[in-house]
Design a protein around this ligand. Structure first.
Ligand SMILES: [Zn+2]
Length: 555
């Protein structure tokens, strides 16, 4: 049946909102989508496109449940229908009209047709004018009924998961490689000694400079079972032998997945993904602040420090030109001291002998930077000499430190971190204020919607970065108060390399922040832990324990 363009329907929009129906229960987004004003907007937008409908009245039952029809405005609307003032009722969706199938169905299937009322549920695509048989009428109503049933189940299941997540229980179906479920408590992860050792190897190799490709090859060459094969081997009782002939192997991807998974540091992150609702099968990634994150949820396989180092290395790897799979001890650490560009390593063959050197790419390319060039061999031996002397100096300072009352040093370190946290917090506050003010700017018409969204994203990004920084500083502070920082904190990195016979990738990555190249083969080595080192030097100076200052510069 087609809509007659002559006939003008006198329509009423019917709006309803109720707490009891869970309209506010699970997220502010949901409440917003069902708010009275948004219901009205949806209906008005719909009517604007209907030449045969004229909106003449509005009835709003705010705070009345949809499980019965004893609602004052609904009753008033029915009087208007009977008085012939309106002959069309429009709701946003069927659940706004009613939540009880029997009553709602009685109105839609019997009463409205008898009274000649056209009934429209915009979002359910239901229009009584377009459904002539009672059969087709039932379909959307049935869907609606299923809907409310499913919705309830879905909410219950979800909230149950969420509360378990908050308790640090492992609710995912997936057990990360390297862990097993505790036999007596399936919600707890325990280390799988076999796979856990492989995870440790993978991290160690990465620090030593191997690429994910090389690591995967090495694992396959050693005959180490891939994560899926390993899982299969654990469930061997349930599988028949012939299922294992097509063996999956280690891939660079599976290596990367392990190298970037924070679960190995004992952190449990869950609830990263969600389905918008039970109807939609695809998942979306939630905002990071909505993730559930629990530290010390299970025994770590990898120390936080090593994990963070590997993340840093992975970032450097991704910055390096693709195709260069080999990692040299100084890869990603050498920069031009003048223009700050990552120095480039060139390899040449001279009289049959291979020779490599580092230089500023800008100097070579268009001469926009002053020339400098140092052979890799020379650079490596200089860096090694600097490291050896720096380590010696730092460990001497540590000795001096140990003779001073430990508490004084702790106070000092704590004060340094407090200061840093204070600075970061102020920065964050500023970002938050700016984020609010751009909303006002949008309202005042000073910026466009597009600009607003762009700026909002920018500030959100900045805020989350600052949050991460603050988190790290707080962690460091907690370590000091636990008394572990002096023994196993950053100083232990230097202790570990106190006898450094040659320049290894691991030592460079662990101790060197960057190496700057200057003309005439001058170099400057910036060690990691600059703040900590400077603080220690200053402290020792004050204590008059030593006058020596680390000089990370040679000519
Ligand atoms: Zn340069």
């Amino acid at each position: 049946m087609l809509i007659s363009s002559e006939k003008i329907y006198k329509a009423a929009d019917y709006l309803r909102l109720s707490k009891e129906d869970g309209d506010f229960s699970f997220s502010s987004k949901k409440a917003e989508s069902d708010s009275i004003s948004s219901q009205r907007k949806i209906i008005e937008r719909f009517v604007a496109q209907q030449p045969d409908i004229e909106l003449v009245a509005e009835y709003t039952d705010d705070g009345y449940t949809g499980t019965n029809f004893e609602r004052p405005q609904f009753q008033k609307m029915m009087e208007a229908v009977k008085a012939g003032k309106i002959n069309c009722i429009i709701v946003k969706d069927l659940s706004r009209f009613g939540r009880e199938y029997i009553d709602a169905g009685r109105y839609i299937e019997k009463i409205f047709p008898q009274l000649g009322v056209r009934f429209i549920a915009v979002n359910d695509n239901y229009d009584s004018l377009k459904f002539s048989t009672s059969d087709s009428l039932i379909v959307p109503i049935k869907n609606f009924l299923n809907d409310s049933y499913c919705r309830d189940i879905s909410i219950k299941v979800r909230s149950n998961f969420e509360s378990r997540r908050r308790n640090g229980e492992f609710v995912s179906n997936y057990t990360p490689y390297g862990y097993l479920r505790a036999p007596d408590d399936k919600t707890q992860l325990v280390i799988d000694e076999v796979a856990g050792e492989v995870v440790r190897d993978i991290f160690r190799w990465k620090v030593e400079g191997m690429s994910p490709v090389t690591i995967a090859e090495k694992l396959n060459a050693r005959g180490v079972l891939s994560p899926s094969e390993h899982k299969r081997s654990l469930g061997i009782n349930y599988k028949t032998a012939f299922q294992t002939n097509a063996r999956s192997k280690w891939s660079p991807k599976s290596v990367i997945r392990i190298l970037t998974n924070e679960v190995y540091t004992g952190v449990l992150i869950q609830g990263k993904r969600t389905t918008p609702n039970y109807k939609v099968k695809h998942t979306i990634i939630k905002d990071e602040q909505d993730w559930s994150r629990i530290e010390h949820a299970h025994e770590p396989i990898i120390q936080v420090r090593e994990f963070e180092l590997v993340q840093k290395l992975m970032q450097e790897d991704s910055r390096r030109a693709s195709g260069s799979d080999t990692v040299y001890p100084l890869s990603g650490r050498v920069y031009c001291g003048t223009c700050g560009t990552l120095a480039k390593r060139y390899s040449v063959t001279n009289n049959g002998a291979k020779y490599a050197y580092y230089t500023c790419p800008n100097a070579k390319k268009d001469g926009s930077c002053e020339k400098r060039r140092i052979s890799e061999k020379e650079l490596e031996s200089t860096v090694l000499a600097i490291l050896q002397s720096e380590i010696k100096l730092i460990l001497n300072m540590e000795k001096a430190l140990n003779q001073i009352e430990e508490l004084a040093w702790e106070h000092r370190e704590t004060a340094r971190l407090d200061k840093a946290i204070e600075v970061k917090s102020a920065e964050m506050q500023k970002c938050r204020t700016m984020k609010v003010s751009i909303y006002e700017d949008l309202q005042d018409g000073l910026i466009s919607q597009e600009e607003f969204l762009q700026m909002k994203d920018g500030y959100s990004q900045q805020i989350s970065e600052i949050e991460q920084d603050i988190g790290k500083l707080k962690k460091e502070r907690a370590m000091i108060q636990d008394g572990v920082a002096n023994r196993s904190g950053w100083l232990s990195q230097f202790r570990e390399y106190q006898n450094l016979p040659s320049l290894s990738r691991a030592s460079v990555v662990n101790l060197v922040d960057k190496i700057e190249l200057y003309p005439d083969k001058k170099i400057r080595v910036v060690l990691r832990y600059q703040d900590q080192l400077a603080n220690m030097v200053e402290f020792l100076r004050e204590q008059d324990a030593t006058k020596s200052v680390p000089e990370a510069e040679v000519s």
